[in-house]
Design a protein around this ligand. Structure first.
Ligand SMILES: Nc1ncnc2c1ncn2[C@@H]1O[C@H](COP(=O)(O)OP(=O)(O)OP(=O)(O)O)[C@@H](O)[C@H]1O
Length: 243
């Protein structure tokens, strides 16, 4: 079995007035199924660009991204976002304000038969502890509740990989800390492979099994946290990175 996420020697960047600007350069990273990784790094070091590339919104200039057995990004291959089976919980990836919480959760399930869709929505609302609030609209929910609905929406389609970009940054203090731990426990319960980006090292250490720091577009370190699960991938692949 291959790793759930395998990134090899990846380069990413943007075309600008002064030509191509490299943002991520020679980055390698691997997550086994069910593992949670966390990327830290100063503002502008390329964390969000990397997550967008994994989701399929940026093209690889060099190297490759594999999700499961599929190469989804390389200079010759670009699988569109909707075919990557990647769930997103992004800071700026808000809920649809005109839809109820339940309709938001079911948004990616429109192709399922109604009964199956309703059952999955109910299951997801229960998972995030909001079984009674599916009828509410986003403005009738607290910030933390909105984030739980965003998580339920992201998990509803059973993504192979969940990407979280600063998902707790709009919350403060105790509610942020509580939701961090709750979301981690929900991901564990769902055995969901996930990659989190945050500025907050303590949050990353509480949330993830493996944590790394990005610097100048590269992964400067990658090490287990105290939370690290003893997941034994069948083929001997483990979470690993550079150097
Ligand atoms: N669409 C774009 N066009 C050109 N340059 C961009 C674009 N998006 C990001 N950049 C540049 O790429 C670099 C990396 O940006 P990115 O958003 O990935 O950083 P980040 O580590 O996520 O930062 P932050 O922690 O502040 O969100 C920055 O220098 C940024 O200005």
């Amino acid at each position: 079995m291959s790793a759930a996420l395998h990134i090899e020697n990846l380069a990413l960047g943007y075309d600008g007035r002064e030509g191509f600007k490299t943002v991520v350069d020679g980055l390698s990273l691997e997550l086994a199924a069910g593992q949670i990784g966390c990327l830290l790094g100063p503002s502008g070091c390329g964390k969000s660009t990397l997550l967008r590339a994994i989701a399929g919104f940026e093209h690889a200039r060099r190297g490759q991204i594999r999700i499961g057995n599929d190469v989804v990004s390389s200079p010759r291959q670009h699988t569109p976002p909707e075919r990557r089976h990647v769930g997103l919980m992004f800071q700026d990836y808000a809920l649809f304000p005109h839809l109820s919480a339940a309709q938001n959760v079911g948004f990616g399930l429109r192709r399922l038969p109604a009964a199956e869709r309703e059952a999955r929505v109910a299951e997801m609302l229960a998972l995030v502890g909001l079984a009674d609030l599916g009828h509410r609209h986003p403005h009738e929910l607290s910030g933390g509740q909105q984030q739980r609905i965003a998580l339920a929406r992201a998990l509803a389609t059973r993504p192979a990989l969940l990407l979280l970009d600063e998902p707790f940054s709009s919350l403060d203090g105790a509610s942020r800390e509580r939701l961090t731990l709750e979301v981690r426990d929900m991901l564990r319960a769902a055995q969901q492979t996930a990659l989190l980006v945050t500025h907050n090292a303590d949050e990353g250490a509480r949330f993830a099994d493996f944590m790394g720091a990005m610097d100048a577009g590269r992964l400067a370190s990658w090490h287990p946290t105290d939370q690290a699960l003893a997941i034994q991938p069948s083929s001997g692949s483990t979470a690993s990175g550079q150097p």
